[in-house]
Write a protein that binds this ligand. Structure first.
Ligand code: FAD
Length: 396
């Protein structure tokens, strides 16, 4: 009569939850379902574009979860969830039963929001590169092949979206690449928003290092992109068309397809959850973590997803032991590399209040605006340490 947890998705949230259930209570059987045998992390994928890392540096596998923690890893896609009969259906036809289910499918893209854009265009001409893998390689190749003098367009969406500082770290590291390899090219960021994460710190770094290279246009200053023309390699803005040698469209996002198909989302496109255990407020017995869930003040980050995976793991174990789950503490840190030896960060600790998950005042913060070069360089060292530690903690 062994209890069984099934986990959908082997990314930051899912793999953390699977590992920590096995670590904390080895009497519980865990099955992890993930289509890919290699998971490429989005963290550090911008470093690949900047020429600072290789794809092999951001590749994670499930061997340790399988062999050391005895997680039953099935490489398949979940096509259906039956919350009444407690089972999931796999593309391969198999049905897997669970006592509790954890869903961490990450994001999908709303391609229709940008006229002329589609999954096909993203895969072949204008990558979003907002899931690491073939599109990370495509954009990296495009940057290398681009004519010196052509512009790179980066078009981030409105909030909320995966990794709020991601597009701006990307701009920084592509600028680093252009400075060395295409001195006549520029980056134009066409933003849907009026402000963005760590803006002051990014802007200061850009002024110091890339003042002639990066230009940022806010939504009200012509940044909003309504349509694309993949043949002409142009995007349409309120102020007219803009041409790019490389065009990175990051469309608006929503919870991954399986969460939407299973009816776990509300009208926002994301999944409402009980913040103590991350159990869905729509389907009992199903927990949603990571980018797909609505987690109050927490951003959609890998660190946050992993933190939520551990909280869900602890909560499920207590529920299975007939105990009351304890209110959690959650954490997030996000490092962004502006250049080699120059990084900035934001950190926060979160607690549960009657307003949901909120950040604790004074328990986090940003890199100081007046940080000296030594501090900025230390932050870059911490960024590398962060990646090494979190990937070891989740997949190692
Ligand atoms: P994911 O990690 O995307 O995992 C989802 C998994 O579910 C995937 O492996 C997918 O194959 C699987 N899946 C989906 N549907 C199914 C299905 N039906 N059946 C089975 N499996 C399924 N975060 C940080 O903390 N620090 C950073 O420095 C950072 N940098 C970033 C840079 C960029 C450019 C980007 C795009 C993101 C960055 N992030 C960073 C954010 C981070 O990548 C995400 O927040 C994190 O991956 C979310 O974890 P998740 O488990 O929700 O989804």
């Amino acid at each position: 009569n062994q209890k069984k947890v099934v986990v959908v998705g082997g990314g930051f949230g899912g793999a953390s939850a699977a590992k920590y259930i096995r670590k904390l209570d080895p009497s519980i059987a865990v099955t992890l379902i993930e289509p890919n045998s290699t998971f490429y992390t989005c963290p550090f994928s911008n470093w690949v574009m900047g020429g600072l890392k290789e794809m092999s540096d951001i590749a994670q596998t499930f061997d340790v979860l399988k062999n050391k923690y005895n997680v039953d890893v099935i490489h398949d896609t979940v096509t259906g969830i039956d919350p009444i009969n407690h089972s999931v259906t796999l593309q391969g036809g198999k049905e897997v039963k669970y006592d509790r289910l954890i869903v961490s499918p990450g994001i999908d893209f709303n391609y229709e929001a940008v006229e002329g854009y589609s999954e096909e265009v993203a895969n072949t001409k204008m990558p979003h590169a907002y899931k690491a893998g073939p599109q990370t390689e495509l954009i990296t190749r495009q940057l290398k092949e681009m004519k010196d003098g052509d512009n790179v367009l980066i078009c981030p969406p409105g909030n909320p979206f995966r990794c709020p500082p991601g597009p701006y770290e990307r701009a920084s590291l592509i600028a680093h690449f252009l400075k060395k390899n295409k001195p006549n090219s520029k980056i134009i960021i066409l933003d849907d928003k009026e402000k963005f994460s760590k803006q002051g710190l990014f802007m200061k770094g850009w002024e110091r290092l890339y003042s002639d290279i990066i230009e940022w246009r806010s939504g009200s200053m012509g940044g909003k992109v309504s349509a694309v023309d993949p043949e002409a390699m142009t995007v349409e803005t309120e102020f007219g068309p803009e041409k790019g040698g490389v065009i990175n469209i990051i469309p608006p996002q929503m919870a991954g397809k399986i969460a939407r198909d299973a009816g776990l989302t509300d009208s926002s496109g994301w999944c409402p959850v009980n913040p103590i255990t991350f159990e869905s407020t729509i389907h009992s017995g199903v927990h949603v973590i990571g980018d797909a869930c609505i987690a109050g003040a927490m951003p959609k980050s890998g660190f946050a997803a992993s933190s939520q995976g551990k909280v869900a793991a602890a909560g499920i174990i207590r529920l299975m032991q007939g105990k009351v789950p304890a209110p959690p503490s959650l954490v997030n840190t996000c490092y962004s590399l502006v250049a080699p030896g120059y990084a900035i960060s934001v950190a926060a600790v979160y607690k549960l209040t009657s307003d949901g998950i909120v950040s604790i005042k004074g328990a986090g913060g940003l890199t100081p605006m007046d940080a000296d070069d030594d501090q900025l360089s230390e932050e870059a060292t911490y960024a590398r340490g962060w990646y090494k530690n979190i990937s070891q903690d989740i997949w190692g």
